[in-house]
Design a protein around this ligand. Structure first.
Ligand SMILES: C[S@@+](CC[C@H](N)C(=O)[O-])C[C@H]1O[C@@H](n2cnc3c(N)ncnc32)[C@H](O)[C@@H]1O
Length: 370
C-alpha cells in the first residue's frame, strides 16, 4: 500500500485522551491519532511556527502556545496519557536546585504536569543517550518510595524506528510509565524484521524526483492568523518539494558521489581542505542515500548535504522538505507553517510517525488490558 494510503485509514471511536508536552509540529500526536484510539486534548509548544503547524493539523482550541512553566500553573486537562520529552539540551540534575538553570526547570515542569494530571500512563521520548544521563537517574529516583512519581512504574529502553515500520534508522530512548493501579506496560518488541524494513524507495518512490530548478522557495505571500499572530503558511506537502541553488563546486561534487557513497569518493581537487586532512571520521558527510535501504536519521539540517547522508539516491541535490517529511512518516495531507528553516526544524525534531503509532497502539492495548 502507498505511504499516503497506509496512513489515511482512521478506525472509528477514539476512547482515550492524550496531552502532548513539547509537542513540536505533532509527530507523536499524529501517531497517536492514526491509531484511531486517541483524541488530543492538550498540547504545549513555545515555538510559534511549530505550534501553528500543530494547530493546523489538530486544531487550535487545545493548544497552549507558550512556555510549559506558565501552562503548568493553570488548570490542566484530564488525560489518560501524557506524552513528550523535555528537549535533550535540557539535561541537568532533576534533584539539584539551581534556580539559574532554566533548562533544568523543563524536567521539573514535566514532572509537575504528571503529578497534576495523574494520567494512567505516560510516554517520554528522547535522544538515545538520555538513558545514560543524570536526568534519567533522577527520574528513576522519582518513582521510588516517597518520590513525586511514586505512583508509577517504568519500563524503558532504546527503540529503532525501522523495527516499527519507519524507513529510517532513527533510535530513540523511550520510557513508558504506568500508574500502579494498572498492569505495567512494558516496551513493545519491534514488529518488522530487518529483511522487511521499509526502504527509501518504498517511501520516496512515488514522488516525482525532479524538482523544478526554480522551486527554491515556499510560495510567496501566504500567511494566516493563529494565536492572534500572523504566521507563514499553511503549506501542502507538494509545496515543500523545494530544492536549493547550489554552487557549481557543490554540483561537481554531487556528480562524483554514487548511491551509498560519500565525501571519500571525491577526487582531491573537489575535496574541501579540511576533508583532505581528515581521512577518517563520519562517512555520512556528503553521503548519498540508497534506494533499497532505510535512510539515516533525518535531522533538522537535512537540506544541507555537508551535514549528513542527505543526498537524494540519484538526483544531484539534498532531500527536499517534502521527502524528509515522508521519511519521518508524515502523511501528504499534513500541513506546515513557518519558514523553510522552521519547517525543517519541525520535521527533524519529530518522532517518526510510524514509531509513535506503534507506541500508541501498544499503550492503548495495555490500558484496555488486551
Ligand atoms: C524534540 S521537539 C518535540 C518533537 C515532538 N515530540 C514531535 O514528535 O514532533 C521539542 C520541542 O519542545 C519545545 N520546547 C522547548 N522548550 C519549551 C518550553 N519551555 N515550553 C514549551 N515548549 C518548549 C521546542 O520548541 C520543540 O519544538
Amino acid at each position: 500500500m502507498s505511504v499516503a494510503g497506509r496512513r489515511s485509514s482512521r478506525p472509528s471511536k477514539p476512547t482515550l485522551t492524550v496531552v502532548d508536552l513539547f509537542a513540536g509540529c505533532g509527530g507523536l500526536s499524529q501517531g497517536f491519532r492514526e491509531t484511531g484510539r486517541f483524541t488530543p486534548v492538550g498540547a504545549v509548544e513555545h515555538d510559534l511556527a511549530a505550534a501553528a503547524t500543530y494547530a493546523a493539523n489538530f486544531g487550535e482550541d487545545h493548544v497552549y502556545w507558550g512556555d510549559i512553566g506558565e501552562w503548568v500553573k493553570g488548570d490542566l486537562p484530564d488525560a489518560d496519557v501524557v506524552v513528550g520529552g523535555p528537549p535533550c539540551q535540557g539535561f541537568s540534575n532533576l534533584g539539584a536546585k539551581r534556580d539559574d538553570d532554566e533548562r533544568n526547570d523543563l524536567w521539573e515542569r514535566y514532572v509537575d504536569a504528571l503529578v497534576k494530571i495523574k494520567p494512567k500512563a505516560f510516554l517520554i521520548e528522547n535522544v538515545d543517550r538520555f538513558l545514560k544521563t543524570r536526568q534519567f537517574r533522577s527520574l528513576l529516583a522519582e518513582v521510588e518510595h516517597g518520590g513525586m512519581l511514586s505512583d508509577y512504574r517504568l519500563d524503558f529502553g532504546v527503540l529503532r524506528a525501522t523495527d516499527f515500520g519507519a524507513a529510517q534508522l532513527r533510535k530513540r530512548a523511550i520510557v513508558i510509565g504506568t500508574h500502579k493501579s494498572r498492569d505495567k506496560i512494558l516496551l513493545p518488541a519491534g514488529k518488522v524484521p530487518q529483511h522487511e524494513w521499509q526502504t527509501v524507495k518504498d517511501v520516496l518512490g512515488g514522488i516525482n524526483p525532479k524538482v523544478p530548478a526554480r522551486r527554491t522557495e515556499l510560495p510567496e505571500g501566504r500567511t494566516h492568523e493563529v494565536f492572534g499572530k500572523t504566521v507563514r503558511g499553511k503549506y501542502t506537502a507538494d509545496e515543500l518539494h523545494i530544492t536549493r541553488r547550489y554552487e557549481s563546486i557543490s554540483l561537481q561534487r554531487f556528480r562524483k558521489i554514487p548511491e551509498g557513497g560519500n565525501r571519500f569518493n571525491l577526487p582531491d581537487h573537489l575535496k574541501a581542505p579540511c576533508w583532505i586532512k581528515h581521512t577518517s571520521g563520519s562517512g555520512d558527510v556528503m553521503g548519498r542515500l540508497v534506494w533499497d535501504k532505510p535512510s539515516v536519521t533525518i535531522r533538522t539540517e537535512f537540506f544541507k548535504p555537508e551535514k549528513g547522508r542527505y543526498l537524494h539516491p540519484d538526483e544531484h541535490r539534498a532531500l527536499t522538505h517534502h521527502e524528509a517529511a515522508r521519511l519521518q512518516g508524515f502523511p501528504d495531507t499534513f500541513e506546515w507553517c513557518g519558514s523553510k528553516i522552521e519547517i525543517a526544524r519541525q520535521i527533524g525534531n519529530a518522532v517518526p510517525v510510524d514509531l509513535a503509532r506503534a507506541l500508541a497502539q501498544h499503550i492503548a492495548e495495555g490500558l484496555s488490558g488486551s
